[in-house]
Design a protein around this ligand. Structure first.
Ligand code: NAD
Length: 351
């Protein structure tokens, strides 16, 4: 297939591109190269004749039209987004702009392109979203595809809005879409402001490891390469107009996750004291959802997909990757906001 992947210089988009190219697909990577982007993430495929790059903003309608017409993709995989919850608390405007207006703009361009092509049934608009649209769970239960949307952060609200817009374009204009809502990802090339890289990198440099609140928040962790595989599965086998929850079957409390990473580092790069001695508890994030958990039965029963990596295996692979790729993360540590406490909803907010 010829895939137009938006956000392909980011964490998950780049994993999708590396896997798609390895499987023989043609890929056009469309990315605005914001603070979160790193073209190094796709350096391994950049010279492949099946790969092309377009620096563009999804909010730019004319450019979206031009890129779709020039490359004639069979599918759009839409991952471009503002993705960091803490940044959405400090500056929600960029999230509304990219995640809502940008998705709308891209959808309109995709619709126009699809109509010009004669409305092929085989075309897909694959919208990649998050389980955070469902809000927070208590100690029990799991999100199914029928769980009502209850987003609590500016990030999840903007993603929820984009999900609704995509669905409406399917219902109203017939645009063939699939939608996926995924749990927290981790793995290689994860931007150094997100929890798991922060733990690894702070530990390695002997800095305190900040854990929000009491570390009791629970997330269902999915290894990014498993997510990429799941996305290609949904794209090729998913039913038009259907949504799929993708989970890792790996629930963990933040404090337990952080302690697992410290234990792996103690083994792989011993220091004079256990890395867990660096853990410190900091003020919680405002509106911090307590627990997310995915009911994976639709992916498993309808599409035969399950994650292949356990949390223990995935964390070890991830720690090994950060140990072996210091030049990658060092280069990103200088970017604006990285290493600072963000998202406290203080008076210093941008919006
Ligand atoms: P990321 O922040 O690492 O990458 C986002 C990419 O989008 C960046 O390369 C950035 O330059 C690009 N981008 C941002 N605004 C753009 C714009 N206006 N035009 C074009 N490109 C733009 O994000 P990620 O973690 O890879 O997440 C990718 C997608 O998956 C997002 O839609 C996110 O909501 C969703 N998701 C992420 C997770 C997770 O745990 N990271 C979980 C579930 C769903």
């Amino acid at each position: 297939m010829k895939l137009l992947v938006t956000g392909g210089a980011g964490f998950i988009g780049s994993a999708v591109i590396r896997l798609a190219i390895a499987r023989g697909h043609h890929v056009i990577n469309l990315d605005a190269l914001t603070y979160a982007a790193c073209l190094e993430n796709v350096a391994s495929v950049a010279k492949n004749p099946n790969y092309a790059f377009e620096k563009a903003n999804i909010c730019d309608a004319e450019t979206m039209d031009r890129i779709l017409t020039r490359h004639t993709p069979d599918a759009v995989m839409h991952l471009a987004a503002e993705s960091h919850v803490d940044r959405s608390i400090d500056g929600p405007g960029a999230f509304i702009e990219t995640n809502v207006t940008g998705t709308y703009t891209l959808l309109q361009a995709a619709r126009k392109y699809w109509e010009t092509q004669g409305r092929p049934d085989t075309f897909r608009f694959h919208h990649i979203s998050t389980d955070e649209v469902y809000g927070s769970l208590g100690a029990k239960g799991q999100f199914t595809e029928e769980t009502p949307y209850t987003p609590n952060s500016p990030y999840s609200a903007s993603k929820a809005a984009s999900d609704h817009i995509v669905r409406a374009w399917g219902e109203t204009y017939g645009l063939p879409f699939v939608l996926t809502n995924c749990s927290n990802n981790y793995g290689p090339y994860h931007f150094p402001e997100k929890l798991i890289p922060v733990v690894i990198l702070n530990a390695l440099s002997g800095k305190s490891i900040p854990v929000y609140g009491q570390g009791l928040n629970v997330r269902d962790w999915l290894y990014v390469e498993d997510h990429a595989d799941a996305l290609l599965t949904v794209l090729q086998k998913g039913a038009v107009g259907r949504s799929y929850n993708i989970g890792g079957e790996n629930e963990a409390r933040n404090i337990d996750l952080v302690e697992m990473i410290c234990a792996i580092l103690d083994r792989l790069k011993p220091s004079n004291r256990p890395y867990s001695s660096l853990i410190c508890f900091v003020d919680d994030r405002p509106g911090h959802d307590l627990r997310y958990a995915i009911d994976p039965s639709r992916m498993r029963d309808e599409l035969g997909w399950r994650p292949s990596v356990t949390l223990e295996e995935g964390l070890e692979k991830t720690v090994r990757w950060y140990l072996a790729n210091e030049s990658w993360w060092r280069a990103l540590q200088g970017r604006e906001g990285v290493g600072k406490r963000l998202g406290t909803a203080s008076s210093e907010s941008n919006d």
